[in-house]
Design a protein around this ligand. Structure first.
Ligand SMILES: Cc1ncc(COP(=O)(O)O)c(C=O)c1O
Length: 394
């Protein structure tokens, strides 16, 4: 069965589609923090929430109820012409929750980034962005202009971007001296991940985001926070930082598994977009998707219940366990030093744990399982980690 799937993919999929090397597997089932391979005979612990999407676990019962008890509610809507009434409910909820004036629903994270960059272009034609080393904002042409993750430079991009060192604690000096040297009026907006996700699960040094807020205020340019990875309680809090911004991007875990993202912004920036009088300027067939919107509403109310009950306890337990392995981070968003992250990932996979390297230098594993992971489930990971002697005393 396994080789059949692989053969089919080899034959029929574009070579870019799926890595078919050593640890090839398919997963068709999931519940909570676990996933099962194709024929349901092997159970794996998921330390990735499948790209930080299943924050409330795989196939949580509230989402299954929504999908299977579906009556006549529209699954697909004409979201930018005749939307479902729930679109308005969700937008109001999101604006209140994130304390922003207006919002635009998008489909993927990349889509939200593209919308944000276009918003800046409505303010200033051919803008220059300030982005950061190893940042990942998606792979659309616009998003690629500000994505500085190694290996994604095959295609031409529409926007200019000046790249600054990410403000990790080690980079503090380099970061500050970069801004000392930066010419006045060189940039038209700043885009940053308040916690660098794919680039290494790196938390900025204290005061770094405040510094950017002040700089952007002084220069009267927008500050964009891409919280697609670090937002929605990944760090233990609703948002990845308490610093405010002009455009805030949320995606991934918004519907806990259905494609939906959102750009939230100040009235001043959002109102740069012309009034939609029948022809939307940034949309897609699935924008304002009926089912994704209802899933987001259900997910947001589930977060409310979860954060009241289990959030504190779960993260305190994890913080204690992380001390033993020199894990760095907070909430449910950590990196763990290992001698070689690729080797460690392979070894853990053999022990039925799905995990990914955190950083481009392969010095860390990323640990970001569902927030609902129980102490016993975390223990399975930490005991296996110990058994395999993956500890790096760095
Ligand atoms: C911070 C950040 N922004 C944007 C994206 C792009 O999101 P998507 O893959 O949904 O297009 C990602 C994806 O990992 C991300 O981590």
């Amino acid at each position: 069965m396994k080789s059949d799937t692989k053969t089919l993919l080899q034959k029929f999929e574009c070579p870019q589609g799926t890595p078919l090397g050593g640890d090839f597997a398919t997963f068709d089932y999931g519940k909570g923090s676990f996933i099962w391979s194709e024929n349901k005979n092997k159970k794996y612990f998921d330390a990735t929430s499948f790209f930080s999407v299943a924050n409330l676990g795989h196939n949580p019962s509230y989402l299954r109820d929504l999908l299977y008890q579906q009556k006549d509610e529209l699954i697909h809507a004409m979201g930018d012409v005749y939307p479902t009434s729930q679109k308005a409910v969700l937008l109001e909820k999101l604006c209140h929750l994130f304390e922003m004036d207006k919002a635009q629903l998008c489909i993927t994270g990349t889509d939200a980034v593209e919308f944000a960059l276009k918003t800046i272009e409505l303010k200033k034609k051919n803008p220059t962005f300030l982005s950061f080393e190893n940042s990942y904002h998606g792979l659309g042409f616009g998003a690629l202009s500000v994505t500085n993750y190694p290996g994604f430079n095959l295609f031409s991009t529409p926007y200019k971007s000046i790249v600054a060192p990410y403000p990790s604690p080690e980079n503090k000096e380099a970061f500050l001296s970069f801004f000392k040297k930066m010419q006045k009026n060189a940039i038209d907006a700043v885009i940053i991940e308040p916690v660098l996700g794919r680039g290494g699960v790196i938390y900025p040094f204290e005061g770094a985001l405040e510094f950017l807020r002040e700089l952007t205020h002084k220069q009267q340019i927008p500050l964009i926070f891409d919280e697609i990875f670090c937002g929605l309680y990944r760090t233990g809090d609703l948002r990845g930082t308490t610093v405010n911004c002009d455009l805030l991007l949320i995606g991934k875990a918004l519907s806990n598994g259905l494609p939906l993202s959102v750009v939230l912004g100040t009235k001043e920036l959002m109102d740069l977009w012309p009034l939609n009088e029948g022809e939307a300027l940034h949309t897609g067939t699935f924008t304002g998707h009926g089912l994704s919107i209802r899933a987001a509403l259900a997910t947001l109310s589930e977060y409310e219940q979860f954060t009241q009950k289990n959030l504190q306890e779960n993260q305190q337990y994890l913080a204690r366990k992380m001390k033993d392995v020199n894990g760095e981070g907070k909430g449910f968003f950590y990196r763990i030093p290992v001698p070689n992250a690729l080797e460690a990932m392979k070894k853990l996979f053999k022990e039925q744990i799905v995990i990914l390297p955190a950083d481009v230098d392969l010095k860390y594993l990323g640990y970001y399982p569902p927030l609902t992971t129980t102490p016993k489930e975390h223990d399975f990971f930490f005991e296996t980690f110990k058994k395999l002697k993956l500890h790096d005393a760095r």
